[in-house]
Design a protein around this ligand. Structure first.
Ligand SMILES: Cc1cc2nc3c(=O)[nH]c(=O)nc-3n(C[C@H](O)[C@H](O)[C@H](O)COP(=O)(O)O)c2cc1C
Length: 227
């Protein structure tokens, strides 16, 4: 069976890095259930992808509705899915997996999938020393003139702006519609700016250790996803 014909359980954790790529690959699949960690649900919204994911999934599973025991994971043992993919996978979820912790929806899915002999494929975000990543909407403090009337703020449909010593954006309210951007004549607001981050040694080590767990395959390129 080809990967795109399988019944896939796709787990989205709270990572912006490689989120859009994950969405793009997922959109080629015929049968996909999407499970969001709490952070995954928030971060997908910040990058403007939440609605797209929701349209794509045959079913959407939210960690907040699974309380502490994640009863959804019982489906693993019933063999309801052919494969589990975690992409993108945060350093946090990788760390928990490396130490056998399964106290969240996604770590519990992975643990139960392994027990049920369902193959698990994981795309970690923090696997290399230096990486470039895109950030959601942000206000450049050097360009912001702190105008008496902040037009982007007035035109934000989500009421996501607030003022401290200058305007700021509450990312938990922002849905990345980007309507604010053209209203700043100083070009202080951007979406998808690229920043360089240094991954921690411990996160890179954790990825290596997760890769040694029977039943888990770490991958970097979606072309490599196969059984
Ligand atoms: C905009 C945004 C982007 C983030 N991107 C990443 C990322 O690429 N990799 C990562 O490890 N954590 C990232 N985080 C931090 C995680 O969301 C945070 O560690 C969270 O606790 C992870 O929870 P989870 O592993 O249960 O999904 C990001 C947070 C925000 C607000």
């Amino acid at each position: 069976m080809e990967f795109d014909e399988m019944n896939v359980l796709w787990c989205v954790t709270g990572a912006g890095h490689r989120l859009k790529e994950s969405y793009r690959f997922m959109s080629n699949l015929q049968r996909v259930t999407i499970a969001f960690s709490n952070a995954g649900y928030e971060v997908a919204r910040m990058y403007g992808l939440l609605k797209d994911f929701e349209r794509l999934g045959n079913e959407i599973i939210l960690e907040k509705n699974q309380y502490h025991s994640s009863p959804f994971c019982g489906r693993m043992i019933k063999g309801e899915y052919d494969v589990v993919v975690v992409a993108p996978c945060t350093a946090n979820t990788i760390a928990k997996l490396a130490y056998g912790i399964s106290d969240t929806l996604i770590t519990n899915i992975v643990a139960q999938a392994i027990k049920a002999k369902i193959p698990v494929f994981i795309l970690p975000t923090d696997a290399h020393k230096i990486q470039k990543t895109k950030i959601p909407v942000t206000i450049d403090a050097d360009k912001c003139k702190n105008c008496d009337v902040c037009l982007p703020m007035l035109n934000c449909p989500s009421n996501a702006f607030f003022i401290t010593e200058r305007p700021r954006i509450d990312l938990l309210k922002c849905n990345a519609c980007q309507k604010c951007i053209p209203h700043c004549k100083y070009g202080a607001i951007t979406f998808g700016s690229i920043v360089e981050v240094r991954c921690r040694e411990i996160d890179i080590r954790n990825v290596e250790n997760v890769g040694k767990i029977e039943g888990i395959t770490i991958f970097e390129r979606f072309e490599d996803l196969n059984l």
